[in-house]
Write a protein of this length. Structure first.
Length: 299
């Protein structure tokens, strides 16, 4: 895969963002091409914090402090057991936690919805226990995100986030290549996806994170959390729920997720409503309604 990522990066292609055509606006990939996010990126670190070996939490924390970087750790709740004190120290430094389910290597995509919801909430509860707040962000393990998952993630107040900078850092044990590939992909408003190092497991990623942070500083890109970058971009996450399932004024786009979950957004013009409608996920049913409640578009 190293040669594939080297070639696609050289050609200016962005790995995993092709999923935008499938996931639509159910998923955040970046906050690029926005004046408000110029000079900023979000670094996200998956599979935190340590799956049972000797952790590198302190080493990662020190690197982030040295570079004045605040990041989003996508936490696996099973890997936070026994590391609650270290997790609280990360929060005190200004970092945040997102939901990454309970463990790596589990097929959440094909789980029955009832079981997936249990796993989802178990991870969220761990984050609440550590931070006192429910997570805002969810990242599907292996990036495999289904309509059923989307319905439950939305129901529990989270937004799915992937990224536009990625190179399978976990599998390529070449720290310099990982850092240089990520730096070749990055732009203002990018979301970078990396994985948590541990002693004896993905250990090379500690050096890769350090080199990446140094490179971002040289590019005058400041590293902030995903929530901070979203706030800069004016993106407040999931649409507000519509109790009546239709607009009170103007044009509206109503989305019917799995399990009866409904949300909606209102727009002043039909063009704005249709522009939003065209970018929606294929996972759910979407309706465009006129000011009088007439159905104008549906899929």
């Amino acid at each position: 895969m190293q040669s594939v990522f080297s070639l696609t990066t050289k050609l200016g292609l962005r790995p995993i963002t092709w999923l935008d055509y499938v996931y639509g606006n159910s998923t955040v990939f970046h906050f690029a091409a926005r004046r408000e996010t110029q000079g900023y990126v979000a670094l996200t670190i998956d599979d935190g914090l340590c799956r049972g070996g000797k952790s590198m939490i302190a080493e990662v924390r020190r690197l982030l402090q040295e570079h004045n970087a605040r990041v989003t750790f996508f936490l696996c709740s099973d890997y936070a057991e026994g590391f609650e004190a270290e997790a609280k120290e990360l929060v005190s430094d200004g970092h945040e936690f997102g939901n990454h389910c309970c463990a790596d290597g589990v097929d959440y995509w094909s789980m029955p919805p009832e079981r997936f919801e249990v796993e989802l909430l178990r991870c969220s509860q761990k984050i609440v226990d550590i931070t006192g707040r429910a997570p805002r962000w969810f990242r599907a393990p292996q990036g495999r995100y289904s309509g059923k998952m989307h319905g439950l993630v939305s129901r529990h107040g989270m937004q799915h986030a992937l990224g536009d900078c990625y190179c399978e850092d976990w599998s390529v044990e070449d720290s310099a290549w990982v850092a240089s590939t990520m730096l070749s992909q990055v732009r203002d408003g990018s979301i970078l996806v990396m994985h948590m190092p541990e002693y004896g497991f993905r250990e090379h990623l500690l050096a890769a994170i350090g080199q990446l942070l140094e490179g971002l500083r040289e590019k005058n890109l400041r590293v902030v959390t995903l929530s901070e970058l979203a706030q800069m971009a004016g993106d407040m996450g999931a649409a507000s729920p519509s109790r009546e399932g239709r607009a009170q004024r103007g044009y509206s786009v109503i989305t019917h997720h799995d399990f009866g979950n409904v949300d909606g957004m209102e727009f002043d013009t039909l063009d704005e409503a249709l522009s939003h409608w065209r970018g929606l996920s294929m996972f759910s049913a979407h309706t465009v309604l006129g000011p009088d409640g007439e159905e104008l578009k549906y899929y």
